[in-house]
Design a protein around this ligand. Sequence first.
Ligand code: NAP
Length: 246
Amino acid sequence: MMAVAIVTGASKGIGKATSSLLKEHGYTVVSISRTMPEVGDMRISLDVTDKGSVVKVVEELVNKFGGVDVLVNNAGFGVYGKFTDTSLDEEEYMIKTNLVAPIVFTKLVLPHMLKKGSGSIVNVVSEAAYVSTTTLAVYSASKAGLASFTNSLWATVSKMGIKVSGIYPGPVKTNFTSHPSFAGMKTNIFDKYAVEAEDVARAVLKGIRTGKREIYVPSRLKVDPYFLKLSSIMQEITYRLIRRYF
Ligand SMILES: NC(=O)c1ccc[n+]([C@@H]2O[C@H](COP(=O)([O-])OP(=O)(O)OC[C@H]3O[C@@H](n4cnc5c(N)ncnc54)[C@H](OP(=O)(O)O)[C@@H]3O)[C@@H](O)[C@H]2O)c1
């Protein structure tokens, strides 16, 4: 029987590329997003912050397939702007989407994976988990929370046969910046340095297969956390530069 993979945020960008890649690699792909996804063996329209519906959908999937082999928590968005100017309602919704929903999905699929003694959980985090700019304060906080959750989960269940991986992309060419708040973005680093959604999808597949705790896209970004954690001097300089220019 083919392995069953849930991909959230699958209507666009990284999620859509991931659903396509997993299908190519023989997974039975369950694609989820608010607008109906175009790719997937099962396509479900669902808001990942709607906990009651998420519980129902995951129960139905477990009953239909006898479990879930792969969970890719990818659905997410950013609210851009200085914390002094952004909307609290939007930020609360963002925390529910980027952080609470992955925890809920994980809580629901993990017991079935543990029963089988196998499975993969891949969380699409962000470089922003480690590098906080002045214009993505709550987004960074949501991703730092997701990074922390991912690391803790990795430490808890990777010795029980479950592969857990966090993906840390820098800028990616997707619809991410189409959120209205990005209209005020001054320096568009996305155009200059962004990688393709397919590059991140390949990293997700690597995470599913290896359970590597952190995967950076592009891989040179892996210096970021060390850079920030190990050198307090460099950290101070980095944040001073951020305060000045971003
Ligand atoms: N693009 C970047 O530069 C970048 C960098 C680092 C990390 N990331 C992360 O990568 C992930 C995917 O983003 P992307 O860049 O591919 O952006 P995207 O093109 O805007 O795609 C976001 C996906 O998430 C779905 N989504 C958003 N809110 C949802 C909700 N409440 N319920 C269900 N689905 C929801 C969207 O579908 P619907 O609107 O149809 O619901 C869409 O399919 C996010 O977690 C993002 O934080 C992106």
